[in-house]
Design a protein around this ligand. Structure first.
Ligand SMILES: Cc1cc2nc3c(=O)[nH]c(=O)nc-3n(C[C@H](O)[C@H](O)[C@H](O)COP(=O)(O)OP(=O)(O)OC[C@H]3O[C@@H](n4cnc5c(N)ncnc54)[C@H](O)[C@@H]3O)c2cc1C
Length: 503
C-alpha cells in the first residue's frame, strides 16, 4: 500500500479536512506539522500564535491516533524536513491545503513544489476557503466562493491506515514557545486553541451570545462577548469556513421555523445572524486580494500613494502608540487590551490604525507588523488589506478618520473598558475620560491622576492633526494620477457589490 503524507499548516483540525480524507483513501497515511524557524523568527510572529498552534496540535494528535493515524512533529526548514522523512518513509504524495499566508510561506511553498517536482512526486494542494488560485478576473469570483461554502462539510476519515515504517519513527514533541525562543508579550485571558474549543465558541455564539451581534459589535465593552470570537479558530483552521456557514444556516432555518410556528424568538436574532453572515463573506474577499497580489504585504495597493508618508516616520510617536501611551484613553486602552488578550473588535482595530496613519502620519508597514504580533488571529490577507484601507492608500475605499475622543463617548461612555485597561484613570469621572488632560490641577489631584506624571498628555493635538491629515489625503486622492491608479485597483480587487463611484 502506498504511503501518503498529509502536511498540516494553518488547517489544524480533523473534521472537514479534504487533504486528510483524500490521503486516507489513497493509501496508508502519516500527518506532519513542522515548526519552521523562518516562520517562527519572522517579525510578524509571536509566542501566543505558537501557544495556540500547540494547543491545537495536542488535541489533533490524540484525534488522529484514535483514528489509527500518527502525527509527526518536526523542527526544521522545508524542504529539508521532507527530504529526511522521505528517506525513512518513502511517501509517494504530499497532501496539503492551499495556503495564502505571508511572503515567507509563499517562498517556502515554491521551494517545496520544486523539491516535489525534482523527486517526481505528487504535491496536491486543495482549497480550504473561497480563495481561488490563479484567478483571472474578480467578476464571478463570489459565485465560486459561494459554491464552495454551500458544499456540506465532511467528517474525519473513518479509519487511517498507518504505514509500517511510521511505527519506527519518533513522533516528535510539542515545542513550547520558550524552547524555541519565540518573543512573547505578557498575556492574560488569551483564547485557547483546538477543535473542541472552536465548536464550543461557535455554538455559544449561535445559541446565545450572538443575539445582539449587530448592536454589540462596535463597542469593545459589548463586543468582547457579543462578537463571535471565531477569528483565531478560523486563522489556524480549527474550524473550516464551510462548517461555520453550515451551522449558521442551520440556526437561521431553526429560528425561522420557530417563528413560523408561532414561538416567540428574540426580534434581533435574524438580523444579527444575517449581519454575521455578511461579515463572514469578507474573510475570503480580503484573503483573495493577497492571493492575487502578494506584494500588498509590503507595498501600497495603489502605488500612486508611494511617498505619501515614508519620509515622515516619527519613531517616538510610534513607540507611544505601540505601548498605549498616547494620552488618548481609547487608543491606549485598546493597545493595552491587545497586549494582554490578543483580541479587539473591528471598529477599535480600525481606530488604532486610523490614529497611527492620520493623527501620527505613520506609514502603515511598521504598525501593521506590530499589530500582526499582537493579534492572535493574524491573517495577512485580511490584515494588510484592512491596514491599507484604514490608512487611506487603496484609493477605492472611503477615507475614514476616527476621532479617538468621540469613540469614548460613543462606545464606552461609562469608562468600563478604559478603566479596565488604563488603571491610572480608575477614579477619573466619566465626563473627563475622553480628554483627561483637560482636568484642572485641582481635579487631577482630587481624582488621583496627575497628567504627565501618572498619565501622558496627548502626544498630538487631535483637532489640528485631524484637519491636516484630512486635507492631505483628500488632495492626494483627487490627483488624476491617483484616480487612474485607483480604477486599476478596483478592477483587480474591488468588491463587485459596491460599484466604483466617481472619485
Ligand atoms: C486594521 C485591521 C486589521 C485586521 N486584521 C485582522 C486579522 O489579522 N485577522 C482577522 O481575522 N481579522 C482581522 N480584521 C478583521 C476583524 O476586525 C476581525 O476579523 C474581527 O474583529 C475578529 O473578531 P470576531 O471573530 O469576533 O469577528 P466577527 O465580527 O464575529 O466576524 C466573524 C468572522 O468574519 C470575518 N470578518 C469579520 N469582519 C471582517 C472584516 N472586516 N474583514 C474580513 N473578515 C472579517 C472574520 O473571519 C471573523 O472571525 C482586521 C480589521 C482591521 C480594521
Amino acid at each position: 500500500m502506498s504511503t501518503q503524507l498529509v502536511w498540516f499548516k494553518r488547517d489544524l483540525r480533523v473534521h472537514d479536512h479534504e487533504p486528510l480524507v483524500q490521503a486516507a483513501k489513497a493509501g496508508a497515511c502519516v500527518g506532519l506539522y513542522v515548526y519552521e524557524p523562518e516562520l517562527i523568527e519572522a517579525d510578524d510572529h509571536d509566542a501566543a500564535h505558537l501557544d495556540f498552534v500547540n494547543e491545537s496540535l495536542q488535541e489533533m494528535r490524540a484525534q488522529l491516533e484514535k483514528l489509527g493515524g500518527k502525527l509527526l512533529l518536526r523542527v526544521g526548514t522545508m524542504p529539508e524536513v521532507l527530504e529526511k522523512l522521505h528517506a525513512r518513509l518513502g511517501f509517494e504524495a504530499i497532501w496539503a491545503h492551499e495556503e495564502t499566508f505571508n511572503d515567507v510561506s509563499y517562498q517556502r511553498d515554491r521551494r517545496v513544489r520544486a523539491w516535489a517536482k525534482a523527486k517526481q512526486m505528487r504535491f496536491i494542494e486543495l482549497p480550504q476557503y473561497g480563495v481561488v488560485r490563479r484567478l483571472k478576473d474578480r467578476d464571478g469570483w463570489s459565485k465560486i466562493c459561494n459554491r464552495r461554502m454551500k458544499q456540506a462539510p465532511t467528517g474525519p476519515p473513518s479509519r487511517i491506515n498507518r504505514p509500517p515504517a511510521a511505527e519506527e519513527l519518533d513522533a516528535g514533541d510539542i515545542m513550547p514557545a520558550a524552547d524555541l525562543k519565540v518573543r512573547a508579550f505578557d498575556r492574560r485571558g488569551v483564547q485557547i486553541g483546538g477543535e473542541a474549543n472552536a465548536i464550543d465558541c461557535l455554538r455559544s455564539f449561535l445559541d446565545t451570545r450572538g443575539v445582539n451581534y449587530q448592536s454589540a459589535m462596535s463597542s469593545p465593552v459589548t463586543g468582547e462577548s457579543g462578537c463571535s470570537r471565531l477569528s483565531p479558530f478560523i486563522a489556524y483552521g480549527n474550524l473550516s469556513m464551510r462548517t461555520i456557514h453550515h451551522h449558521t444556516n442551520a440556526r437561521i432555518a431553526e429560528l425561522k421555523s420557530q417563528k413560523k410556528s408561532g414561538l416567540s424568538i428574540e426580534p434581533t436574532w435574524l438580523k444579527s445572524l444575517s449581519s454575521f453572515k455578511s461579515r463572514l463573506s469578507w474573510h475570503c474577499h480580503f484573503m483573495q486580494k493577497l492571493e492575487d497580489e502578494p506584494s500588498i504585504e509590503f507595498e501600497n495597493f495603489n502605488r500612486a500613494y508611494d511617498g505619501l508618508r515614508e519620509d515622515e516616520f516619527n519613531r517616538s510617536f510610534f513607540e507611544a502608540w505601540c505601548h498605549g501611551q498616547t494620552g488618548y484613553p481609547m487608543v491606549d486602552a485598546c493597545m493595552r487590551a491587545l497586549h494582554q488578550t490578543g483580541w479587539i473588535n473591528f471598529r477599535m482595530r480600525a481606530m488604532l490604525v486610523s490614529f497611527a496613519a492620520y493623527h501620527l502620519w505613520l506609514h502603515w508597514r511598521e504598525p501593521a507588523v506590530y499589530l500582526a504580533r499582537l493579534f492572535l488571529d493574524y491573517e495577512p490577507g485580511i490584515h494588510y488589506s484592512q491596514i491599507q484601507m484604514q490608512s487611506g492608500v487603496t484609493g477605492i475605499n472611503t477615507v475614514r478618520i476616527y476621532s479617538p475622543i468621540k469613540q469614548v463617548t460613543d462606545q464606552d461612555p461609562q469608562g468600563i473598558f478604559i478603566r479596565r485597561f488604563v488603571p491610572e484613570l480608575i477614579d477619573v469621572p466619566d465626563k473627563h475620560l475622553a480628554e483627561p488632560h483637560k482636568m484642572t490641577l485641582m481635579e487631577q489631584t482630587l481624582f488621583g491622576c496627575q497628567i504627565e506624571k501618572d498619565y501622558p498628555k496627548p502626544i498630538v493635538d487631535h483637532r489640528q492633526r485631524y484637519k491636516a491629515a484630512r486635507d492631505r489625503i483628500h488632495a492626494y486622492k483627487k490627483l488624476p494620477s491617483t484616480r487612474e491608479a485607483s480604477a486599476k485597483v478596483y478592477l483587480k480587487h474591488g468588491s463587485r457589490k459596491t460599484p466604483m463611484r466617481k472619485r
